[in-house]
Design a protein around this ligand. Structure first.
Ligand code: NAD
Length: 399
């Protein structure tokens, strides 16, 4: 539950509005039994947290061993507030497939096609529009398109079938923008003066690292599930991109000059900015107590536990929350979905522009609330988002 009493009060949510947002609208649970890895039964989920600003409900499909109904529900809830903060006409949804993300491509295709087949009514009706998340990418979105043959049913597709240029790097681009705003407004400096550690070198972490490196930041540490590396002179991100093409997650084991460090210790490095961009719940109370970064920018969804967040607040370490920092992906998905509906074509610079505008507008609003009421950025982002949800529900006659 992302709402607390303070946010409910500041967003002026009535008991009825709170009751509507408290529980998920709909949870769908099913199993895949055919053509699954080693004949296993694969548990699958689709959750709509809130349809106040939808349908469609928007949020990615996660494919990972750690997927559960609880996690999918929590991630759908995050999408409700992210979509609302960005002012998008989307409810919050999430898909989950509980299986390893490192399956052979053919097996991954069978699993994702089976998933899409099972939720076909949700896709055809436009109730749920999926996108990539942990363990899925453009190839899997293409597999979904192969089931529906309707461009607006899925975003994050390859460009040739209606994807838009700039979508695959959109989340990283947005994180770079958010990091720049936070750096100027909170640290009173420029990104080019700073050192950064990034956890996760998948879609989000790799593009975030690349964009920040281009801005002149020194990326001193990156990691994947296979290992973490450190180079005080800065890691050559372009080279890591290249080696990732052949080695996947093992790219962090092959990087020249960089020193191998214990996985997880990248979170505790003495850097200016820490960007967790892998999985959830990694900044625990213990990690938060030992964390040395001056600013945390949440690239992943829910990387900080509630207890970890409390410690960071007590230690005055500012956190740019996930619903603001990593919203570039869903903003670009909105542009793709809108283009699919209207038949218009989007250029890469337009994708970047729409992300930049949305992140800046939302961040300005969040900074205003945070400064005026003297609350941390996470609470301020939730207040802005919940206020917009309240107005939407009022407009629909729900409250
Ligand atoms: P991905 O599957 O492309 O990459 C995940 C990366 O994290 C891989 O490099 C993997 O090896 C690494 N990783 C996993 N566990 C790790 C660990 N314990 N330590 C270090 N590295 C680890 O996933 P992604 O799309 O980059 O998503 C990453 C996070 O960003 C997720 O929390 C996701 O929900 C969030 N997110 C993704 C998008 C998007 O557009 N893809 C948008 C918003 C938020």
């Amino acid at each position: 539950m992302l709402l607390d009493d303070e946010i409910i009060g500041l967003a002026n949510l009535s008991d009825r509005a709170h009751a509507i947002l408290k529980n998920p609208d709909r949870q769908i649970k099913f199993q895949l039994r055919k053509h699954t890895p080693k004949g296993k039964i694969v548990d699958c989920y689709l959750v709509y947290h809130s349809t106040a600003r939808g349908p469609p409900c928007k949020g990615g499909i996660r494919m990972s061993e750690g997927v559960s109904l609880e996690e999918t529900t929590r991630l759908a809830e995050i999408m409700t507030y992210k979509n609302s903060l960005m002012g998008l006409p989307f409810g919050g949804g999430k898909g989950g497939i509980q299986t390893s993300s490192s399956l052979l491509p053919e097996l991954k295709e069978t699993v994702i096609s089976g998933y899409a087949h099972e939720i076909r009514e949700e896709l055809y009706s436009g109730a749920y529009v999926p996108a990539p998340d942990l363990g899925t990418g453009p190839r899997q979105m293409a597999d979904i398109f192969d089931v529906t043959h309707i461009r607006s049913t899925v975003t994050g597709k390859p460009v040739g079938i209606g994807g838009i240029p700039g979508r695959k790097e959109a989340t990283g681009f947005g994180i770079k923008e958010a990091t720049g705003i936070a750096t100027r407004n909170i640290l009173n400096t420029e990104v080019s003066d700073l050192t950064v550690a990034v956890q996760g070198f998948g879609n989000v972490g790799a593009w975030t690292s690349k964009f920040l490196e281009e801005e002149g930041a020194k990326i001193v540490s990156i990691s994947t599930a296979e290992g973490a590396i450190y180079d005080e002179d800065g890691i050559d991100i372009s080279k890591c991109f290249e080696s990732r093409k052949h080695l996947g997650d093992k790219c962090t084991l092959e990087c020249e000059n960089a020193e191998k460090i214990e996985l997880g210790s990248e979170l505790l490095l003495d850097v200016d900015i820490l960007i967790p961009a892998a999985t959830g719940g990694v900044i625990t109370k213990e990690v938060a107590e030992d964390l040395q970064a001056g600013l945390v920018v949440e690239g992943a969804n829910a990387p900080t536990t509630n207890q970890g967040d409390r410690v960071l607040r007590e230690r005055d370490i500012p956190v740019v929350p996930d619903i603001l920092a990593n919203a570039g992906g869903v903003v670009a998905s909105y542009a793709e979905w809108r283009g699919a509906k209207s038949g218009s074509k989007t250029k890469k610079r337009e994708t970047y522009q729409v992300i930049r505008e949305n992140i800046h507008e939302a961040f300005d609003e969040v900074l205003d609330i945070s400064t005026n009421i003297e609350i941390p950025l996470r609470k301020a982002a939730m207040v802005a988002s919940a206020r917009r949800l309240r107005e939407t529900m009022k407009g629909r006659g729900w409250i």
